[in-house]
Structure formats: structure tokens, C-alpha cells
Design a protein around this ligand. Structure first.
Ligand SMILES: NC(=O)c1ccc[n+]([C@@H]2O[C@H](COP(=O)([O-])OP(=O)(O)OC[C@H]3O[C@@H](n4cnc5c(N)ncnc54)[C@H](OP(=O)(O)O)[C@@H]3O)[C@@H](O)[C@H]2O)c1
Length: 333
């Protein structure tokens, strides 16, 4: 089969299409014929050597959708040929509050991932594709969708009518946070570095859209005009300090990433306003199932652009340049 292999962390240019054996499956695994996969910033970070515990060579890719090629054993409700989507969270563990750091991992390093014609995954990670989604749309939701779901609902406990601030709405996860927040009946304020992306966010229901590049004082503006109940952020850097400024007294801030590195925060507004900061990561199996359920109810993820697997280097370049709005998908023939 064809797979996109990474041998050295020399950036996306080091990715190459190679012929490799189709993976063999055990009794507790399924072989999936991948039809579409999607990029996450994690994949880019791994190519750049910026991720913990890198083990190479590997086939990257956490997100995938396709049809079942073979099942290691009988599973109720699933048959060879069914269209499915893969939960990339492997071995979450027993505690719904947090994954088991000793035994869990994410598909696509160290285990070979979805940027290939076939991938082997545990049976428990195989889910029926939401009926209303194309395979390309389904491939766009696993990692970002479960992260967005857990951030907004499980950790953020958003309630209808609350105001949610979504920083950097162009990101794959954040575009889904916007979708979910509007679906939940929240008011959504978004920021982005791009006016075109803000325009697209407005079309998806954003109530207020602010360019953080041209309005660096957005937090002060929000504090005085439009106080925020819940912030969802992954950009790190000075975003957390600004988020603490922007939330109303008693507000919550959920953080699942640090794209721009570590944060320095002011202590006074944190304790004086009784702000809660919540860390989160990819979702549990329960979060994943609940997230899929949302897509059974008419939602569609934002697919930025679809590239052929052979053009993956260009797809990574678009992610690296922050060119995307939503998810970048790879078609796998
Ligand atoms: N912990 C987990 O399990 C988990 C899961 C998923 C993702 N993550 C992490 O979360 C981050 C986002 O992941 P992703 O896949 O959604 O990435 P992505 O699609 O590449 O999105 C990154 C976005 O971050 C925004 N951004 C960059 N600098 C910003 C700033 N100073 N202020 C506000 N926004 C800023 C940009 O939004 P605009 O283009 O709108 O400006 C950019 O598009 C990454 O660091 C990733 O590693 C963690």
C-alpha cells in the first residue's frame, strides 16, 4: 500500500510517499481502508521535531474515515464494507476525568496512522460514520471534534445564553468550538488574525468578530463592552493573560494547547475575579461518542481544502502558514 512516511524530523519537506506492507490485524483490531484523512497541528509539530517522545520512522495521521476492510473478530453493528470514522485516542483508561498517561497514546505516532491506504486500529476505536457527513467531512472531525467537545462541554460546562470567547477561530479545533457553541445556544465572540476568516466565522453564526492582529487591546474592549463567561484558547503566549482580563468575575478559561509557547499571567485579576482555569486535551471515548452524536443532528464541520495524499507537503505548508479556516483534508485513493 501507499503511505506518507516521515523518516527524520526535518519539516514537512521530509515527508515521502512509500510502498509499505498492509498492516496485519490482531483479534481485537480492525483494518480500515482509509478514504480521507485530515491534518492536525500535532502532525506538523512532529515533522518539525517539536513534539514530546518522537519515534521515527512513522506514518503520521490521527484523523481518518473510510470503510472497514476486515475485522479481527465479530463486533455487533459493524461489518466489512461499512463506512466508519476512527477515534484517534488509544487506551484512554478507566477514569473519565483524565486519560491514563502510562498507557494512552494518539494514533499517528508512535503507532502508524491514517496518512496511508490502510490503517490498523483497535476495534473499540471504530465508529459508524454519521450518516449526513461525506467521508471527507467525517475525516475532519475526530481529533479536533473530541478536543472541542471536551473543552466546551465536559470541561467548560457551557450553558445556553452564555457568552463564549473563541480565540484564533481559523484553527481546526476552534472552528468546531464555534460550531458547537452556537449549537448549544451560546453567544460566540471570535478572534482571528484574518478579516476573511472573521467573515467566514460570522457566516457560521459568530455574534462578534475581532481581528487580534489589528486590535491587540481586544481584551480591554471586551471587558468593558461584552463580558465573557467562558474562554476557549489554544494559542498560549499572551492569550491567557488577555483571557483573564476579558472574562467576567467568576468566569472560566479552558486551555488545550500552547501554539505560541508559555504564558505569563497577572495574579491580581485571576484571584480577585475568582477565575477558574481548566486544562484539557483530547476527549475520552464518552466525549467522542457524544461529539459524533452532534453530527447526527445536522452539523457539518468546516473543511478548508481537500488535497490529494501525493500533495501532502503543500497541505502541510498551508497549515504552517496559518492559511486555513477549519480542517485541511487529504484524499486517499
Ligand atoms: N491537548 C490536545 O489534546 C490538543 C488537541 C488538539 C490541538 N491541540 C493544540 O491546540 C493548538 C491548535 O491546534 P489545531 O490543530 O486546531 O491548529 P491549527 O488548525 O493549526 O490552528 C492554529 C490557529 O491558532 C491561531 N493562533 C495562532 N496564534 C494566535 C494568537 N496569538 N492568538 C489567537 N489565535 C492564534 C490561528 O488562528 P487564526 O488563523 O484565526 O488567526 C491559527 O489558525 C495546537 O497547539 C495543538 O497542538 C492540543
Amino acid at each position: 500500500m501507499r503511505a506518507l512516511r516521515l523518516d527524520q524530523p526535518t519539516g514537512p519537506a521530509g515527508l515521502r510517499i512509500a510502498e509499505v506492507p498492509v498492516p496485519e490485524i490482531r483479534d481485537d483490531e480492525a483494518l480500515i481502508r482509509v478514504r480521507a484523512a485530515a491534518l492536525n497541528r500535532r502532525d506538523l509539530f512532529i515533522t518539525q521535531g517539536l513534539y514530546a517522545g518522537i519515534r521515527l520512522p512513522v506514518t503520521l495521521g490521527s484523523d481518518g474515515a473510510g470503510e472497514i476492510g476486515a475485522l479481527g473478530s465479530v463486533v455487533a453493528g459493524l461489518r466489512a464494507g461499512d463506512d466508519v470514522v476512527i477515534d484517534p485516542m488509544l487506551g484512554w483508561g478507566e477514569d473519565p476525568r483524565v486519560w491514563d498517561p502510562a498507557h494512552s497514546s494518539i494514533l499517528g505516532m508512535p503507532r502508524d496512522g491514517t496518512f496511508a491506504q490502510y490503517v490498523a486500529v483497535p476495534l473499540e476505536n471504530v465508529h459508524r460514520k454519521p450518516a449526513g457527513l461525506s467521508l471527507e467531512e467525517a475525516a475532519a472531525i475526530p481529533l479536533a471534534g473530541s478536543t472541542a467537545y471536551r473543552a466546551l462541554f465536559t470541561r467548560g460546562a457551557v450553558r445556553p445564553g452564555e457568552t463564549v470567547l473563541i480565540t484564533g477561530v481559523g484553527g481546526g479545533v476552534q472552528s468546531l468550538v464555534l460550531l458547537f457553541a452556537k449549537h448549544a445556544g451560546a453567544r460566540a465572540i471570535v478572534t482571528s488574525s484574518s478579516d476573511q476568516k472573521l467573515e467566514r466565522a460570522r457566516a457560521l453564526g459568530a455574534d462578534l468578530a475581532i481581528n487580534y492582529a489589528t486590535n491587540p487591546d481586544w481584551a480591554k474592549l471586551l471587558r468593558s463592552t461584552s463580558p465573557v463567561d467562558l474562554v476557549v484558547d489554544s494559542s498560549g503566549g499572551d492569550s491567557l493573560r488577555r483571557a483573564i482580563d476579558a472574562v467576567r468575575p467568576g468566569g472560566r478559561i479552558v486551555v488545550y494547547g500552547g501554539t505560541n509557547g508559555d504564558a505569563t499571567i497577572k495574579m491580581f485579576p485571576l484571584f480577585w475575579k475568582h477565575v477558574t482555569i481548566l486544562g484539557t486535551s483530547m476527549g475520552s471515548p464518552r466525549d467522542f461518542a457524544a461529539m459524533l452524536e452532534l453530527f447526527e443532528n445536522g452539523l457539518h464541520p468546516v473543511v478548508d481544502r481537500v488535497f490529494e495524499l501525493a500533495d501532502a507537503v503543500a497541505a502541510f505548508g498551508r497549515l504552517d502558514a496559518k492559511g486555513q479556516f477549519g480542517k485541511i483534508v487529504l484524499r486517499v485513493d
